[in-house]
Design a protein around this ligand. Structure first.
Ligand code: NAG
Ligand code: NAG
Ligand code: NAG
Ligand code: NAG
Ligand code: NAG
Ligand code: NAG
Length: 180
């Protein structure tokens, strides 16, 4: 009985070994301090009567074949211009869309529908064909706006300038005090 089953069993294990190992599921990035993951949404360009308007329109866009990652896109939407966009969306593995509103015609789908790995990170989801992995600006990032950061950056320049001026004044005062 066992003798007859053995070849069968062996071929079964051989088959198992030959089968391609299952590809691990894509992970969804949701640990950014700027944006939280809002879900997988469908693109609206194919909807009749929308003049091909995008789900995330009116903002800026960037395509990085071979390089796009979720952090790159979030950084682009938050820092490329002097304003932070309310939404960031990754589509088709390499596209990044930034906008202040998500079209009300865009429907939320299963996370699994955004099944394209990012061009620059094959383990993380970057939307799909006409599917967007949508990210939503956090309250904190909304209120601590770019203006603050810009002022901070300018502050460094100001600080260095003031430091230079005080060193100069200090030198002159020092010379005067020494009775130059
Ligand atoms: C977010 O998670 C990814 C993958 O788990 C990790 O590589 C990355 O360092 C994390 N980022 C932050 C800001 O914690
Ligand atoms: C992403 O993480 C935030 C918490 O940081 C959570 O509120 C939100 O539900 C998560 N998004 C999804 C779609 O699971
Ligand atoms: C994004 O977050 C805002 C609150 O900050 C919320 O009103 C809005 O519904 C969110 N959008 C999505 C698509 O989840
Ligand atoms: C978006 O998804 C909804 C629900 O699956 C579907 O009815 C609609 O046709 C989709 N739109 C596009 C443009 O794929
Ligand atoms: C903004 O994006 C453009 C196009 O990708 C890029 O050339 C430029 O360096 C970016 N600027 C900043 C400040 O991120
Ligand atoms: C993902 O990329 C890494 C590094 O390039 C590679 O070692 C790995 O085999 C890739 N995984 C998949 C599922 O393509």
């Amino acid at each position: 009985m066992l003798q007859r089953a053995l070849p069968l069993l062996l071929s079964f294990f051989l088959l198992l070994a030959l089968l391609p190992s299952p590809t691990p599921a894509l992970s969804i990035l949701n640990n950014s301090t700027l944006y939280t993951y809002a879900g997988c949404y469908n693109e609206t360009t194919e909807l009749p009567g929308t003049s091909q308007l995008r789900a995330l329109s009116g903002g800026i866009q960037e395509t990085l074949p071979d390089a796009m990652t979720v952090p790159l896109c979030l950084d682009f939407c938050a820092h490329n211009t002097s304003r932070r966009y309310a939404y960031a969306g990754l589509e088709y593995a390499r596209e990044c869309w930034c906008a202040d509103a998500l079209s009300s015609l865009s429907v939320r789908l299963d996370d699994a529908d955004c099944g394209y790995p990012c061009d620059g990170d094959n383990e993380t989801a970057c939307g799909g064909a006409l599917r967007l992995s949508v990210y939503n600006l956090t309250e904190e990032a909304r209120s601590s706006g770019v203006a603050v950061m810009r002022r901070g950056g300018g502050g460094i320049v100001w600080g260095v300038g003031l430091w230079g001026v005080s060193v100069g004044i200090g030198a002159v005062v020092g010379l005067v005090l020494r009775g130059f």
